[in-house]
Structures are given as C-alpha cells and as structure tokens.
Design a protein around this ligand. Structure first.
Ligand code: ADP
Ligand code: MG
Length: 323
C-alpha cells in the first residue's frame, strides 16, 4: 500500500505548489471563506494551510487519507461544469505518502476537534483536542522519503515563486474568498474576499495596472465573459499577465490568448501582450472533456467561432472606450 501510494503520489504531487493546489482546492470545496497559505523554504520544509471551511468529521479523518476515498461524487463529464474541484480522492493519500503531515480539524457541530499525524502513509497520532472550526494542514519535509524526487525540485525561491503565482490565480478565480500568503513569516498577499475582482487585481498588481483597466461584460451565443483588460506596466511582455478562468478554473488556451492579442494589437503600441483577467462561462458541450483534467491547456469544439466572437467583443470595446 505504501509503495502504491508513493507511485501514485508521483502523478499528483510533483512539487510544493502541487501540495498547495490540492489542499487549497479542498478548502474551497469545503466552503471556506478565508484560506491562509504559509510556506517556508519554498514549501519544501513547511506548508501550512488553514481554512474556516466545514472541517472533517471525526470518523472520516483516517478514511480521508486512503486512496480513492472522496466525499465528492461526480462523473468525468461533470468535471468542467461542476463547482467541486477535487475529483479523484488521491490528494491526501499522495501527500501523506511523501511527507510528514499533521491535520487539525473540527466541524461546527462538534465540541472538540481532532489532531492527526501521518508520515509516509503511516498513522502516528490521533487525539481529541480543542480547535477552531475548520481545518489546518501542516505538511513538513516534502519528499523526505523519496530523495530521487527531491533532487528535481528547484531552489526555494523558484518553488516559492510557483506558489505565489498559484495563490494569485486562486485569489483571482475566487474573489469571494479571502486569501493570505505568508512566505518566510512575511505576508506577501492578503485579499479581502469582498467578491470584487478589481480589488484582487489591485492587491496583486498594484495601482498602475488597476487604474488603466477597461471593463468587459458580454454575453454571446457561444459564451459569457466578464472581467478586465489593459496594458501591462512592463514592456517586456509575456503571457504571464493574461489570466483566463473558464468555468471557474484557471486554464491555458492558445486560442483565447491569440484572439485577445490579435484584437488588442492596434491598441497596445509597443506591447505585444495585454494584461487581462477574464472570466468565461462556456457551455460544457463546447469543451473537449477528453483532455486530462489536470492539464491546463483546454481545447474547444468551435475554434473559428470562438476566436472571432471574442475578437469582436474586445475590438468593439476598445473602439468605444471613453478617453
Ligand atoms: P478529493 O478532493 O478528490 O475528494 P482528497 O484526497 O483531496 O480527495 O480529499 C479527501 C477528502 O478529505 C475530501 O473528499 C474531503 O471530504 C476531505 N477533506 C480534505 N480536505 C478538507 C478540508 N480542508 N476541509 C474539509 N474536508 C476536507
Ligand atoms: Mg481534493
């Protein structure tokens, strides 16, 4: 069982940011309105995720760490349309196979909480303790028992950079949740959770970007889109400042990127890549569900139409922007 878990972990948990992604997605699924991510040494020595979500029932705690145990029922077709982010019941078993994990959790209806320690898939401690409502995961010494995997990690600064980028995307895709990121005891990001995406953009990118944004709101035959577009502050551009969320997921799509870039070309002057934070809603029928769900590059079934419709939306908006 341990070996199987270790192998399975290789597919789900590649680096510290994978741990953060899985745990924060669980917090979101648990209905949290506030999530704190704390890391040390790029998340390699320590990751702590605290949420104020539902908590885990006492009897479910050990079970949650078994492979393929999930409290979330869903089908493959649902993946891109349902709101639940988890789908395999593999995250906790994988993380606990390759790290030292401590969990403290309490549901609203329970008076006491549970503290649970599991290391390399082996249960170490389980005790009742006083705890606030919600869940805290402490993940220490990632890959301590798989040195070959540990060797593939980048420097702590680079790993911390991946985690920052991830938490920023999570905050942008969930403006209704307050996210806090603490790196080596320093608060790097704290979003308000007041549901206004523009506030999250301000909290991440600052005033220069936020002040030049154009708001987009459109409903077409193929999709709905809302959000903001603008010029990046730095001239040396890349697609890192293009953020799209499709049905609430952060997704890469060269089709969508190209359409926005082409529409923006005449307005960008020396810049090649626009800044944008755009939220799309697509009918599931237009999305290719055969793409592996953890892959972030998405394919569509009506490429031409989507490209042109989005191009027109943005072109129109830029032509008639008030200046
Ligand atoms: P999945 O998310 O696919 O169900 P995971 O291995 O990520 O599988 O989690 C296993 C189970 O543990 C979840 O289905 C959920 O019931 C529970 N769980 C994990 N994290 C949390 C959390 N932060 N709050 C509440 N329940 C959680
Ligand atoms: Mg999960």
């Amino acid at each position: 069982q341990e070996t199987i878990d270790k192998i399975a972990a290789g597919e789900v948990i590649e680096r510290p940011s994978s741990v953060v992604k899985e745990l924060v997605e669980n917090s979101i699924d648990a209905g949290a309105t506030a999530v704190t991510v704390e890391i040390k040494e790029g998340g390699i020595s320590l990751i702590r995720i605290t949420d104020n979500g539902s908590g885990i029932e006492k009897e479910q705690v050990s079970l949650a760490f078994l492979r393929h145990s999930t409290s979330k029922i869903r089908s493959v077709e649902d993946l891109l349309s349902v709101s639940s982010l988890g789908f395999r019941g593999e995250a906790l078993s994988s993380i606990s196979a390759v790290a030292q994990v401590e969990l403290i959790t309490k549901t609203v209806s329970d008076i006491t909480g549970i503290r649970y320690v599991i290391e390399g898939s082996i249960e170490k401690e389980k005790e009742e303790i006083g705890a606030p409502d919600g869940t805290t995961f402490l993940v220490k010494n990632l890959f301590y028992n798989t040195p070959a995997r540990k060797k593939f990690l980048k420097t702590p600064q680079t790993e911390a950079g991946y985690i920052s980028a991830l938490v920023e995307r999570l905050a942008l895709s969930h403006p209704d949740i307050s996210f806090k990121l603490i790196v080596n005891n320093q608060t790097k990001l704290h979003t308000s959770g007041n549901s206004n995406p523009k506030d999250v953009i301000y909290q991440i990118y600052g005033r220069d970007i936020t002040s030049s944004l154009i708001e987009l709101n459109a409903k077409t035959d193929l999709f709905e889109v809302s959000g903001f577009i603008g010029k990046p502050v730095i001239s040396r551009g890349n697609r890192n400042f293009e953020n799209y969320f499709i049905n609430e997921r952060y997704i890469k799509s060269s089709l969508i990127a190209k359409s926005i870039e082409d529409a923006y070309k005449n307005f960008l002057m020396q810049h090649q890549y626009p800044f944008c934070v755009l939220y799309f809603t697509f009918d599931g029928k237009l999305l290719d569900v055969n793409v592996h769900p953890t892959k972030m590059e998405l394919r569509f079934s009506e490429n031409e139409g989507i490209y042109q419709t989005l191009y027109d939306c943005i072109h129109e908006k830029l032509l008639h922007r008030d200046h």
